[in-house]
Design a binder for this molecule. Structure first.
Ligand SMILES: C[S@@+](CC[C@H](N)C(=O)[O-])C[C@H]1O[C@@H](n2cnc3c(N)ncnc32)[C@H](O)[C@@H]1O
Length: 421
């Protein structure tokens, strides 16, 4: 069924919201203020609390609207529907506006903190039109063995011959490895991981890349080398090709540089410090934090993934940072049993998954009496909720910045500093 809707405001998951006869409708590929025709998703029923749908025609357009530069990711009715870029119909400036509203609204609604949070663009993204930022991509082989993405609302697989969100280095590897030619087992999962070269050497030549099929290495190397200049030092990380690493080519530089700036400010010129790095992955933040106060930084890092912890331990040894207690385990369980010499951190850094830290971990952090908490959040809703909990536990928001490390999508990364009131 098609309906005409006046769009009112941004909602969640890259959608906007309007009303039809008093009923809420969440609309994909819309913008506030627009008058649009929408095809409602099936099934929808009179008794439903809300409906969902997608724009088929724009009658009055927002000034933030642009023709999708990657039409395949745009609305179904315009030949798109493969997903992965739900803001492809929005100008780059409009995307920043959208995300700024989302972060501020969630902090206000759930955290009861009123603050404007402008979104900062990553170096190079404007020139690249918001494309070519992913150093990792995943696709599924279609029935003919070609890399593909599924068309929304159907089982149809659309074969790909490029992926505009991928970095140019990744696309060079894909070409050199004839990835777009296919030849994969139908239904297999294809993952390409290509570290952004920081020294000019092309990964396709240096061998620092991985093509994985169903988790098995097809070509390249299982252990990849990622380098990042953080606060004047070059840190080297070896990471598992199938494991977590910040996806945007600039994120492993921008996020730790900002975190270390904040951490320096919080620690001041203390001769020694105790720091926790929670949800620490392969040690992106652990390594620079461990060098913050030399020679006396006492550190605990906690990460649930075994392979990531093994990488972090190797990366710490490589930099001679052998004093860090790098633990593998669930954060809440590990924090229930922290050795005495690490139990009162001056500073906690945490970078949880989308679900956030939740109340229990917030309470454990507060119980440690840490003066400062730096919270790196990929979901503004979880951050808003946890900010509310931290507020109740006696912490105030002292600094907040947000980074557009997921252009063309509704996702955004926020770094918030909380200080004991
Ligand atoms: C957003 S990533 C951050 C990793 C790292 N800070 C980085 O930037 O590379 C979140 C990490 O939390 C880990 N994780 C998720 N839930 C966890 C839990 N309950 N306890 C410990 N680690 C967890 C995941 O394995 C993942 O490595």
């Amino acid at each position: 069924m098609d309906v005409q809707v006046r769009i009112e405001r941004y909602a969640d998951q890259g959608r906007c919201v309007g009303h039809i006869d008093g009923r809420v409708v969440f609309v994909r590929f819309a913008l506030p203020g627009e008058l649009v025709r929408v095809t409602l998703d099936e099934p929808h029923d009179r008794d439903d609390r809300f409906w969902t749908g997608e724009v088929t025609e724009v009658i009055e357009a927002s000034e933030d609207r642009v023709p999708p530069a990657w039409p395949l990711a745009g609305p179904l009715a315009m030949g798109g529907g493969v997903g992965g870029a739900d803001l492809v119909h929005v100008s780059l400036t409009g995307q920043l506006r959208w995300k700024a509203v989302t972060v501020s609204e969630q902090l206000s609604r759930l955290g009861h903190i009123d603050v404007n949070v402008p979104i900062e663009r990553m170096d190079g993204d404007e020139t690249l039109g918001g494309f070519h930022w992913r150093t990792r991509i995943e696709m599924i082989a279609d029935d003919n063995g070609r890399p593909s993405m599924r068309r929304r609302g159907s089982h149809v697989r659309v074969p790909l011959d490029t992926m505009p969100l991928a970095t140019k280095s990744l696309l060079a590897v894909a070409d050199a490895e004839h990835v777009w030619d296919g030849g994969f087992e139908p239904g297999s999962q294809i993952r390409l991981s290509v570290p952004e070269p920081r020294d000019g050497a092309a990964p396709a030549d240096s061998g620092d890349y991985a093509v994985l099929v169903d988790g098995e290495l097809r070509s390249g190397a299982r252990r990849l080398v990622e380098r990042a200049d953080i606060a004047g030092t070059t840190f080297e990380y070896t990471v598992d090709a199938n494991g977590f690493w910040q996806i945007h080519r600039q994120a492993p530089l921008a996020l730790p540089n900002h975190v270390i700036d904040l951490a320096r400010r919080e620690i001041g010129d203390k001769p020694s410090a105790c720091i926790w790095d929670l949800y620490s992955g392969s040690g992106l933040f652990t390594l620079p934090l461990a060098t913050l106060v030399t020679p006396r930084t006492r550190m605990l890092s906690v990460e649930g993934g075994r392979t990531a912890v093994a990488s972090a331990q190797r990366n710490l040894r490589h930099m001679n940072l052998t004093d860090v207690d790098a633990r593998c385990g669930d954060v809440a369980k590990t924090l229930a049993n922290v050795p005495a010499h690490l139990s009162h951190p001056d500073l906690i850094v945490l970078d949880p998954p989308r679900a956030g830290a939740r109340a229990k971990v917030c309470r454990q952090m507060a119980a440690s009496e840490a003066r400062s908490i730096i919270y790196i959040a990929c979901d503004p809703t979880s951050l808003g909720r946890d900010a509310g909990t931290l507020r109740e536990l006696g912490y105030e928001l002292a600094d907040v910045r947000a980074f557009d490390i997921y252009p063309m999508t509704h996702h955004v990364e926020t770094v918030a500093l909380f200080r004991r009131a």
